[in-house]
Ligand binder design. Structure first.
Ligand code: BES
Ligand code: ZN
Length: 369
């Protein structure tokens, strides 16, 4: 865990550091007695070459939405409220920059409604502090960007009081790079397979101590214990790349499973952010959640279930979508989530031990069925 968060540090999808992390994880899994392979895959990301919003000599910091058009739009700023169809009824947006507040409908809907009304560009400001990253469902030809709540509210006030002209520019380029899943196998006496999963990439902003060096270390340790204990199961560890940009590693992995391999998987156990926070939580497939909760209850440390089985914030979701039972181990409320402060020193080793022990007991119980 420390090696990932402190020696490698931040390891965003497709970066050199992510690749270095993959190589190191291969070695660690080999030491644990596993056969290891890398599963490379190509990813595409936006590179921002200088997007911005200029209003009367002031430059606002913006974040281009994924699938935004590139180019420069000049026009009058028009406050369109939430940017729903009903908000635009009496507005002419020809040659205008639409300023919409985040909420109620999707970014894509706001952008297409404004574009259909003639807008030359769209600025969506946040409904909570800070900027946000967002995706348009379909590619747009006009520039569409995110703005912070503070800047957005100020601009809306200005635009309401007088005529304000703005220049909105988006300059993004699609760049390709390579990410890897680290796939390790130990063949037990049975073909029935337990998949231990965790993503090892991080966001660019921080070293990903809890998110998710914690889960990566836990998955490897559970794998080592299972092999040493001579479990009858075949154990496969899959350490996913490119989770933080849309669960891409786990999607890649399940896409390449054939029907027979998919059916051999008894359960996928996903560890993501298991090292910080007061309360242990589980999510995922109902049957596995019930089993986990009853075992934890017997151990005297109840775990709560949060979210429905479809809740899609980590790699178990890719397995559930592919019809494979999956269980998600995590904890509540990490104050340093996705920040530079998500450091190894905040990760509590006892929390990793808890997640790992619970996983081992679940695997044992599954074998008794
Ligand atoms: N580890 C997080 C998900 C998470 C958040 C787990 C809070 C437990 C508590 C994961 O790496 C993440 O950030 N996921 C994204 C979604 C993904 C599809 C890009 C998220 O939740 O925004
Ligand atoms: Zn995560």
């Amino acid at each position: 865990m420390r090696w990932l968060a402190e020696t490698v540090g931040s390891r965003p999808a497709g970066s050199v550091a992510e690749g270095r992390a993959a190589e190191g994880l291969v070695e660690r899994l080999k030491q644990a007695g596993y056969d290891v392979e890398l599963q490379p895959f190509t990813i595409e990301q936006d590179e921002d070459l200088g997007s911005g919003l200029n209003v009367a000599g002031e430059r606002f910091h913006v974040q281009a939405l994924h699938q935004s058009g590139s180019g420069v739009a000049r026009g009058t700023v028009v406050d369109v409220g939430l940017g729903q169809r009903s908000d635009l009824e009496n507005l002419d947006l020809h040659g205008a920059i639409a300023l919409a507040r985040r909420g109620s409908i999707t970014f894509g809907e706001k952008a297409s409604i404004a574009a259909a009304a003639g807008a030359a560009g769209v600025v969506i400001y946040n409904d909570q502090p800070g900027l946000f990253r967002g995706t348009l469902r379909d590619e747009m030809s006009i520039p569409v960007v995110a703005l912070s709540q503070q800047d957005g509210e100020r601009l809306a006030l200005q635009a309401g009081a007088r005529r304000v002209t703005a220049e909105l520019s988006v300059d993004i380029k699609r760049v390709q790079s390579t990410s890897h899943n680290v796939v390790a196998t130990w063949r037990g006496s049975e073909e029935a397979t337990i998949v231990l999963g965790a993503h090892y990439d991080s966001v660019a902003d921080g070293p990903g101590g809890n998110d998710n060096a914690s889960g990566t270390a836990t998955a490897i340790e559970v794998a080592r214990v299972l092999r040493d204990a001579g479990t009858p199961y075949t154990v496969r560890v899959v350490l996913f790349g490119a989770e933080e940009i849309g669960l891409l590693g786990s999607r890649e992995y399940v896409t390449h499973l054939d029907a027979a391999a998919r059916e051999r998987i008894v359960a996928m156990l996903n560890f993501d952010m298991v090292g910080v926070g007061s309360e242990p939580l589980v999510g995922g497939s109902d049957e596995l959640v019930s089993l986990a909760r009853s075992i934890a209850q017997d151990l005297g440390t109840p775990v709560a279930q949060v979210g429905s089985s479809a809740s899609g914030s980590s790699d178990h979701a890719s397995f559930i979508e592919a019809g494979i039972p999956a269980l998600f181990f995590y904890r509540s409320n990490d104050p340093n989530y996705h920040t530079a402060e998500d450091q190894a020193r905040h990760v509590d080793p006892d929390h990793l031990a808890f997640a790992g022990s619970l996983a081992l007991q679940i695997i044992e119980k599954l074998g008794e069925k």
